[in-house]
Design a protein around this ligand. Structure first.
Ligand SMILES: Cc1cc2nc3c(=O)[nH]c(=O)nc-3n(C[C@H](O)[C@H](O)[C@H](O)COP(=O)(O)OP(=O)(O)OC[C@H]3O[C@@H](n4cnc5c(N)ncnc54)[C@H](O)[C@@H]3O)c2cc1C
Length: 385
């Protein structure tokens, strides 16, 4: 089995598990209530090398691979999905630079992202509909040594806290938002860059989600990632890879809810015995365990296979694309089902904010929506089987 964990992966898993239990879980409910971005968690992850797990040594990463990265995301998300998402967004924003950026761009931006000293966001979605880039309107026009960027992006994770934002914009209107699109690195201090108000969300509430506005935003031409017209292919490669990480986040949320519900069911006595001994509850927990283990095996397999793709513009094979979409879809559907059942296992307490499972149920939902909704994943799977 290619996805059996080696000693290094087991050590990393154990280290992150302990860190998540001791330092991430205790503040999870408070972070959710306050909806404050977790800067202390950014520092913690940076100091422990989490952002660099799957990055090359030359930029400060540890080259431990994609499975190791997913193990870390899973453990963090068991404790708090709003912390598990931090390394996911760092990857989403920076992989375009790693895969297709010039040497100068890589050297300028990647080291501080890998260390966690800087944060980056990825701005793709527009109001016309995130699932279909064809209607995207954000435009970049070349003027001498600069591009002038105009347009709006919505629902951008980390937009209000990021130092840099990778932006998808149309550079050739005649070719349209697929073939005529390009990617740029925009720094928050570039003139004409603004962020809108913070969105109030159902879950993932400690994560910062905002609109991004570009008004004659002036970008040096060197900040074009790759070549003009490569924006769509770079973005698709990146999303095919990063959605395996979203699957790991979903798996973590499911596993965290299951662990809590299982322990609760062993302690809670109703009709003279622990509720886990009542088949209605015991079978529910058994089904949760089955689904989580299946999601884990699919997720680890996907991480191993997708992790083999070179860190450049080499396209994923059909098998890798399928595994990425399947693992994200399956794990996120499992997360939604398992967290809902965990609330049921706790009865009335499951509905109360003092207990962690109601938050987990709210957090689980986003994993079915972002980085390509599960309907879009099923379309991808349908077209590749
Ligand atoms: C908390 C949060 C964080 C996010 N972070 C980011 C980020 O960092 N960067 C970024 O660029 N975006 C981000 N997004 C946006 C997210 O990726 C989009 O919301 C998502 O891709 C769906 O786009 P949409 O909301 O416009 O839905 P739509 O595209 O309007 O879709 C609406 C519904 O129709 C379904 N649908 C659409 N087309 C089809 C079809 N052909 N067949 C069947 N069903 C279909 C969808 O699955 C969905 O259920 C974030 C969103 C949220 C809520």
């Amino acid at each position: 089995m290619q996805y059996e964990l080696n000693d290094d992966q087991k050590l990393l898993q154990e280290m992150v598990r302990r860190m998540a239990k001791d330092k991430v879980a205790p503040g999870a409910i408070e972070r959710d209530e306050k909806e404050e971005f977790p800067w202390d968690m950014v520092k913690l992850l940076g100091e422990n090398g989490i952002f660099g797990i799957d990055f090359p040594n030359e930029f400060g990463g540890s080259e431990a691979g994609m499975l190791a990265f997913c193990l870390a995301v899973e453990e963090l998300s068991k404790a708090d999905a709003s912390v598990g998402v931090l390394p996911l967004i760092q990857e989403l924003g920076s992989l375009p630079i790693l895969y297709a950026g010039s040497k100068k761009l890589k050297e300028k931006y990647l080291p501080s992202i890998v260390s966690g000293e800087s944060l980056i966001a990825f701005a793709l979605t527009e109001t016309v509909g995130g699932s279909d880039v064809a209607g995207f309107k954000t435009k970049a026009v070349r003027e001498g040594n600069y591009y002038i960027l105009n347009g709006n992006k919505i629902f951008i994770s980390n937009a209000g806290v990021a130092d840099f934002v990778t932006v998808y914009a149309v550079t050739d209107p005649e070719k349209g938002a697929y073939k005529g699109a390009s990617l740029f690195v925009v720094e928050k201090d570039f003139p004409g860059f603004k962020v809108g108000k913070k969105e109030k969300k159902m879950g993932l509430r400690a994560s910062d989600t905002r609109e991004v506005i570009f008004e004659d935003c002036k970008i040096p031409k060197e900040n074009l990632i790759g070549e003009e017209g490569q924006g769509f292919s770079i973005t698709m490669k990146v999303l095919d890879v990063t959605r395996v990480g979203v699957g790991a986040q979903a798996l973590g949320v499911a596993a965290g809810a299951f662990e809590y519900a299982k322990e609760y069911a062993k302690e809670r006595i109703v009709f003279g015995k622990p509720i886990i001994k009542h088949e209605g509850i015991g079978f529910k927990l058994a089904d949760m365990a089955i689904q989580i283990e299946a999601a884990r095996q699919l997720g680890y397999k996907a991480a191993c296979e997708v992790g083999k793709t070179p860190k450049d513009m080499t396209r994923l094979t059909k098998e890798q694309v399928l595994l990425a979409s399947m693992s994200k879809t399956f794990a996120s559907d499992v997360a939604m089902k398992v967290t809902t059942d965990a609330v049921q296992v706790l009865g009335g307490y499951g509905y109360i904010k003092e207990y962690p499972v109601e938050k987990m149920m709210r957090d689980a939902k986003i994993t079915q929506i972002y980085e390509g909704t599960n309907e879009i994943q099923r379309l991808i799977i349908m077209n590749n089987i």
